[in-house]
Write a new protein. Structure first.
Length: 133
């Protein structure tokens, strides 16, 4: 794993949360994107080398909508950049980590992504990210 690629924060309403984070970080949202496979709308911020991704569920069946209903708004995941997502998935599976998807899938910000089950990572949802290239 190269570095923390971004920190994902689940929110109930981007219309409220984007202005809040713009004030908090002192910088504008530089990108919004709908990720159909996850049924979420995302908004990205950059603070130095760090990226923050806000996630709003698009419907009642969205994982993010369910997360916010259960736990409230807050940190959802930490994403790590990797050079070769397939190799990293094989390595982590061999180390005993549970992959939540058997193959990388399209994610926001032109990435291929895979999530690790939080039961294996002290309750933290981990996302692997690789640029599609």
């Amino acid at each position: 794993m190269q570095k923390v690629e971004h920190i994902g924060i689940a929110v109930g309403d981007l219309g409220v949360s984007v202005p809040l984070f713009e004030r908090l970080l002192g910088s504008p949202c530089y990108k919004t994107e709908e990720v159909g496979t996850e049924r979420v709308l995302t908004a990205f911020f950059r603070s130095g080398e760090t990226k923050i991704e806000l996630l709003q569920g698009l419907d009642a069946d969205s994982v993010i909508t369910k997360f916010v209903a259960r736990r409230g708004e807050g940190m959802h995941h930490i994403a790590f950049a990797v050079d070769d997502i397939h190799a990293e998935m094989r390595r982590l599976a061999a180390e005993g980590f549970t992959l939540l998807n058997p193959e990388p899938k399209p994610g926001a910000d032109n990435k291929l992504v895979c999530f690790l089950h939080p039961k294996d990572t002290n309750g933290v949802l981990i996302e692997l990210c690789m640029d599609k290239g």
